[in-house]
Design a protein around this ligand. Sequence first.
Ligand SMILES: Cc1cc2nc3c(=O)[nH]c(=O)nc-3n(C[C@H](O)[C@H](O)[C@H](O)COP(=O)(O)OP(=O)(O)OC[C@H]3O[C@@H](n4cnc5c(N)ncnc54)[C@H](O)[C@@H]3O)c2cc1C
Length: 592
Amino acid sequence: MADYKAPLRDMRFVLNEVFDVAKLWAELPALAETVDAETAAAVLEEAGKIIGGTIAPLNRSGDEEGCTWSAAGVKTPAGFIEAYKAYAEGGWVGVGGDPNYGGMGMPKAISAQVEEMVNAANLSFGLYPMLTAGACLAINAHASEELKQKYLPNMYEGRWAGSMCLTEPHAGTDLGLIRTRAEPQADGSYKVTGTKIFITGGEHDLTENIIHLVLAKLPDAPAGSKGISLFLVPKVLVNADGSLGARNAVSCGSIEHKMGIKASATCVMNFDGATGWLVGEVNKGLAAMFTMMNYERLGVGIQGLAAGERSYQSAIEYARERLQSRAPTGPVAQDKAADPIIVHPDVRRMLLTMKALNEGGRAFSTYVAMQLDTAKFSEDASARKRAEELVALLTPVAKAFLTDMGLECCVHGQQVFGGHGYIREWGQEQLVRDVRITQIYEGTNGIQALDLAGRKVVGSGGSYYQHFANEIKAFIASADARLAEFTEPLKAAVTNLDELTAWLLDRAKGNPNEIGAASVEYLQVFGYTAYAYMWALMARAALGKEGEDDFYASKLGTARFYLSRLLPRIHSLSAAVKSGSEPLYLLSAEQF
Ligand SMILES: Cc1cc2nc3c(=O)[nH]c(=O)nc-3n(C[C@H](O)[C@H](O)[C@H](O)COP(=O)(O)OP(=O)(O)OC[C@H]3O[C@@H](n4cnc5c(N)ncnc54)[C@H](O)[C@@H]3O)c2cc1C
């Protein structure tokens, strides 16, 4: 597989030329002192070096070797301990962390690019710091000052890792069903008892401690999701002076053998009266988890993008070198026995699809990250509210659409390699296996679609949607006439999405099945329309510069490809939405 090269140029283009993100940072007092365009460029370059040089080379060997379980613990593949140490020493685990507790304090728009790099280099590896950063977020937002002081600095430093323990054998999507119990103790702590499954990084040898965030129920808790509380349960208990004490009653019973991300330990975790502390309020555990989930869900979306980018980098190199057949219009490489496959229309279709979806996805994830930064740091209450509502609306789109497109890109990348794409040594088959989980965990993509259509669009009476649609319309209205070839298809797409949203709001009043029936295709129409907005913004930033630099010419060509070849997918998807729920209920359960 081709060496991974962090797409720094494209990241700078998106941050500086498309969004002028430094202007936003300058307006947010908490960020104005910490970051500007130059710092951001330096941070990304440093991240690119360590990730490309240290973490990417472990991707294949990590997949081959996998994690191994023994009663003594879980061993990660060779090289992971050293690479994690180097990554932690660079401060990368705490890149987006709160500086009051030792984090680097970078905005999400920057940490999102670092996440893309680390996951493109090695998706299994990327999960360890990602889960730690997610756990830190929940602790920082909801835990007591004492817990924050005790745990956050070591977690940001990468000496301790984090895990999220939600899922149980009988409770995945429906967390209201969990059975793990927490008994209050006289000293204010709790004894946590239960079994969690599929816990990423539940046990490993990368750090000296692992801080588990566990969902559990108090003895008198109300039934269902309103009775869930969140607890911090360390693997090794921490003494009052911060040193490590006795081992807590937490153990890893086994690890899963799975399709991909084999170097990420997926653990069965047993809590046998383990000592834990409440995070946030009693019975408000799910809400506390949701603070973190908007960040994590964007992070999982970025994993999809990352895999697609890695696959593209390898496919483009192969397509330039692999010689098969002649171009339909006559030989191109006259001195060779055949032409490189990049001349063939179908190979170009696959490569351009990957490029358009990856670059559209990078711009979209950065856009969502900027909304997260505004929601977190703005001192203007109305700007904060608007950004929070946009984050709520766009997070399920980012999680599901970026990962669906990630799988599509990896499959195209594999296809470009022909039979060699199916063979291990080229790496494309690993990407297909690895990326597949991103559509499933952190809430399946079907559940993301339900969240978008039901809770966010119908639940807000369409008002969250209006923020996004109005912004696109204002952009179209203010655009220069030279941009018409990009804004006209965008205008048609947003008109279509307006109609579809009105249709959904109307249908939802009747049959309760309508939202679920419409949701997946509705999310996809939303995703393609959002990417059309991103491509029009990118075209605006590139137009007029195409003579100076091929980078801009390539941007404009890709924008034209996206709008003419990929955006029309919204028509068949919209027709499917409008067929309603009826065709889904023509068969009884027995007739399947
Ligand atoms: C490798 C891996 C790592 C993971 N890491 C973690 C982790 O770190 N921490 C953690 O807590 N969990 C983790 N998980 C668990 C993961 O988040 C769940 O598997 C996922 O949320 C789905 O739950 P489930 O497997 O129980 O499926 P189910 O909930 O049983 O769902 C089965 C199917 O039914 C659909 N479905 C369910 N309810 C509805 C509904 N109301 N409407 C429409 N469709 C519905 C689902 O979309 C899915 O297609 C991990 C899983 C894997 C495989």
